[in-house]
Write a protein of this length. Sequence first.
Length: 340
Amino acid sequence: MMIDRIEALLKDVEKFKAESLDEIESFRIQLLGKKGKITDLFKDFKTVPNDQKREVGQKINLLKNAAADKIEAIKQKLSASREVTIGNDLSLPGEPKNLGSRHPISLVRNEISEIFNRIGFIISEGPEIEDDWHVFSALNFPEEHPARDMQDTFFIEKNPDILLRTHTSSVQVRVMDHQKPPIRTLSPGRVFRNEAISARAHCIFHQVEGLYIDKDVSFADLKQTLLYFAKEFFGEQAEIRLRPSYFPFTEPSAEVDVSCSLCGGKGCNVCKYTGWLEILGCGMVDPNVLESSGIDSKIYSGYAFGMGIERIAMLKYGIKDLRLFFENDQRFLEQFSGNY
Ligand code: 2NL
């Protein structure tokens, strides 16, 4: 009786064919599942007379192994033939490859660089770990200037001479040290300030600074260059205005606003109903700065400007929180695309 059931199931296993994984699975459940026919055989084994137990036990085990082997073999065959089919079917859709996108800070940095490259500014780069001379002294910062304080600047260990640059002017000091005028250079880069992190401030951010030194460089040259930049970056309708300001390294100095491109100067909550957005600081290079780098301030004059890339990117893309630039959340990053 038991032997007949085993023989019949063995035949079923031998005959079994399948075209799909679903078929294989339902066959497996039929035989080896909790209520499967082979599982039942094991349950009924206790009813087998003692003198037949040995023979019947062996046969059930053989059947169980045969079923498991057959299922495995058909599975293998099926997946092999699937691979062959996929390999040969040129009409199947390709696997999507997700392309990355450039970081908004890179997009804006590259676009600004392009605009100034077109009028002869050459990119210069320099070290992020600097010395006091290139960051402060050569730029006419007095000995007791608060920017030199530990509260504002990161120092490397306890050496007050080695620090993380707080602006990329240090790169331009190095250019002036090694190059004779005319000088026309643009220094984009990462800068560091000891600030508490918030929606508007970060201890690491990015700057672009520009420097032009030649004979007879005037404030009018500076204004026209910045107007050209504003129109290229923000659009032909852009206007600029200059307000007097102060920097240790320029005299006179000015803050530059661009007309608000969102409301066209009428006033909105982005420009706080003034019609203007502050975009950069600038001025005529202080003669002390030229002389520190061995440039004769009686023969040469120059202008310089600096802008924060995060600030410009926030204006361009309407980003409200600066911290988004540093978190690398893909949901943020994948929204940016551009040619730069
Ligand atoms: C700002 C203002 C400025 C400069 C940067 C500069 C560099 C040299 C000599 C003189 Cl080597 N000046 N750079 C000048 C005026 C303003 O930056 O608001 N930056 C974010």
